[in-house]
Write a protein that binds this ligand. Structure first.
Ligand SMILES: C[S@@+](CC[C@H](N)C(=O)[O-])C[C@H]1O[C@@H](n2cnc3c(N)ncnc32)[C@H](O)[C@@H]1O
Length: 317
């Protein structure tokens, strides 16, 4: 905290919504937040149990002592790079709200690219492999889709599996993770979104959690893919607070992607699809691995909204 700034709790002035937002925004900016105003608004609306818009219609309302004490604690933790999603306990993904704790990776907007591809492939399969939507055409949920079987490896908060189940009302999803603590959060999220009866969660190392004879129409995964040597250079928000189990992936970031590519074919039906989120550096490695795997065809690389290659998909022959 800059020494010239009064601490909000000690000031004799009235700490209104407007004033605390202004102070917190300045303070978090000084402490390195790239989104200080947004952070301040989310933390204050969480503290006041209101929507962000309601802060703007209550600018002159003073905070209670309890609200000021809670804000002081949250702002201190945010200044220490603790992610806002962990502080408030949830994060939006694909229009759905997911509970998050330090046991799960915070869902990223990047991963929505994988989900769009998953829904698109699901629609194509449900329509009996008729051509996909034209480029730029909106993906329509396959409301009348045949019952699809989907496997998600490395589910974490469950954001991919649950978004798929919500958007594909007849799909059955098996979601796995090596972390039982993550699976507890994913189960809570499935309950929250009323899809628990179509989801099954299993703990285990990649395909070890999957029954030997199981077959799926679609397999999706956003596995850990950060190379060991890049961990130290990650943003402190990520490096110091998100689970290392969800990030670290060996010298080249391929520690999980390689065995997923090697084993997925055995669990896919002919014509089924494998969809993988990767880092930019792992995208060509994953593409090569799929192209040299005789079980797959139609290997494609999809770019995210920023134009970076982030999703690799391939069809089981
Ligand atoms: C990058 S996070 C993805 C979480 C979530 N699917 C998402 O997209 O936000 C990777 C997840 O893989 C899990 N994981 C790490 N190693 C694993 C393994 N060997 N087998 C299964 N899951 C693993 C971690 O616990 C973590 O939840």
């Amino acid at each position: 905290m800059a020494s010239s700034q009064p601490a909000p709790v000690e000031s004799p002035e009235v700490w209104t919504v407007a004033r605390i937002l202004e102070w917190t925004t300045r303070y978090l900016k000084e402490r390195g937040s790239e989104t200080p105003r947004l952070d301040s608004e989310i933390l204050l609306s969480h503290t006041r149990k209101c929507k962000r818009i309601q802060l703007y219609t209550n600018f002159d309302t003073p905070l209670t002592d309890a609200e000021r004490a809670q804000m002081r604690d949250l702002v201190k933790r945010r200044a220490n790079a603790e992610p806002v999603a962990y502080l408030v306990g949830h994060r939006e993904f694909f229009g759905l709200d997911f509970n998050v704790t330090k046991d799960v990776l915070i869902p990223r907007p990047d991963t929505e690219t994988l989900v769009v591809q998953l829904l698109e492939r699901a629609n194509v399969l449900a329509m009996g492999n008729s051509p996909p939507a034209a480029e730029g055409e909106a993906v329509k949920p396959a409301k009348n889709a045949a019952e699809l079987r989907i496997l998600e490896l490395c589910t974490g908060s469950g954001c991919i599996a649950i978004t798929a189940a919500v958007n594909l009302p007849k799909a059955k999803v098996l979601a796995t993770d090596i972390s039982p603590d993550a699976l507890k959060i994913a189960t809570d999220n499935a309950t929250k979104h009323s899809v628990l009866e179509r989801l099954e969660f299993r703990a285990g190392d990649l395909f070890q959690a999957v029954p030997d004879d199981a077959k799926f129409d679609l397999i999706a995964s956003n596995p850990p893919y950060v190379p060991d040597g890049e961990i130290a250079g990650l943003d402190p928000d990520v490096r110091d607070h998100e689970p290392m189990l969800a990030l670290r992936a060996g010298p080249d970031g391929m520690r999980l992607l390689t065995p997923i590519v090697e084993n997925a074919g055995r669990y896919l039906v002919p014509g089924g699809w494998l969809l993988l989120e990767t880092g930019i550096e792992q995208s060509p490695l994953t593409q090569q691995a799929l192209e040299s795997n005789a079980e797959f065809q139609e290997v494609r690389v999809v770019k995210d909204l920023a134009g970076r290659p982030r999703v690799v998909l391939a069809q089981r022959k």
